[in-house]
Design a protein around this ligand. Structure first.
Ligand code: SAM
Length: 231
């Protein structure tokens, strides 16, 4: 493969297309020179970045960041751009990791990526000042084990974002998790690997039970929620 940093815009666009054939791009990342990894950003990701923007320090100098389910690395790049000392992104999908590595190389950022599941985190034997676990927990067949592993990898703060169960507004008096496997394939027969959808209280209860000292919701909408957990 040619050195991406010496590639022409046409070659970069061609590589974006190639990588999108393997796994459809989910992250819209600005690669400079008017080139983006996809045309339209996914709506909830814009909202999510606005939320995180308010809750993480503007300057992450000296801090380590773990991005679980990093996909093409939107949030890893954002952390590195805030001067994080060390950023590790993990994901189970080789295709998404190839996208993340391509983005990193085009942007000339120093970010580590590893093919690894949230279930394998203990092998790292490492803690991170800031942990992102965004859009991952409902893909986990064992959310409690995932939450315990997030705790074990967190030195200070973890931010967890999730889709929430449908009609959660009718059942907001108690923590709930809805088991959806083999899952909703909403409209099309598309790959679907959702296992559980919580309501916001359910997500809070899970991470409290896993052992976080404090857990507070920082965002709730009809279909997504986000919590901030402290060790
Ligand atoms: C809905 S995307 C969210 C991507 C990104 N975190 C975000 O919020 O935009 C879910 C990502 O989690 C990854 N994933 C799914 N199960 C995982 C697991 N057990 N461990 C780590 N990553 C996982 C998928 O490959 C995918 O990239």
């Amino acid at each position: 493969m040619p050195d991406i940093q010496k590639s022409s815009p046409e070659e970069i666009l061609a590589r974006i297309n190639e990588l999108g054939n393997e796994e459809e791009w989910f992250h819209c990342i600005d690669l400079g020179n008017g080139i983006f990894t996809m045309r339209e950003p996914v709506k909830h990701l814009q909202t999510l970045w606005e939320i995180l923007d308010k809750h993480i320090p503007l300057d992450l100098t000296g801090m380590s960041v773990l991005d679980i389910g990093c996909n093409a690395g939107f949030f890893s790049v954002a952390a590195k751009n805030r001067n994080a000392q060390y950023v590790l992104g993990i994901d189970t999908s080789p295709g998404y990791l190839r996208q993340a590595e391509f983005v990193r190389d085009v942007l000339r950022l120093n970010i580590d990526y590893r093919q690894m599941s949230v279930y394998e985190l203990p092998v790292l034997e490492q803690q991170f000042d800031l942990v992102f676990c965004l859009g991952v927990i409902y893909h986990c067949s064992d959310p409690f084990l995932a939450a315990k592993n997030v705790l074990a990898a967190t030195r200070d703060i973890a931010i967890i974002e999730s889709a929430v169960m449908k009609h959660a507004e009718n059942v907001n008096d108690r923590p709930l998790w809805e088991f959806v496997f083999p899952g909703y394939s909403h409209v099309h027969e598309e790959r679907c690997y959702n296992w559980w959808f919580p309501n916001t209280q359910g997500l809070v209860a899970l991470f409290r039970s896993a052992g976080f000292r404090s857990v507070e919701p920082i965002f709730e909408s009809e279909n997504r929620c986000c919590i901030l957990c402290r060790v």
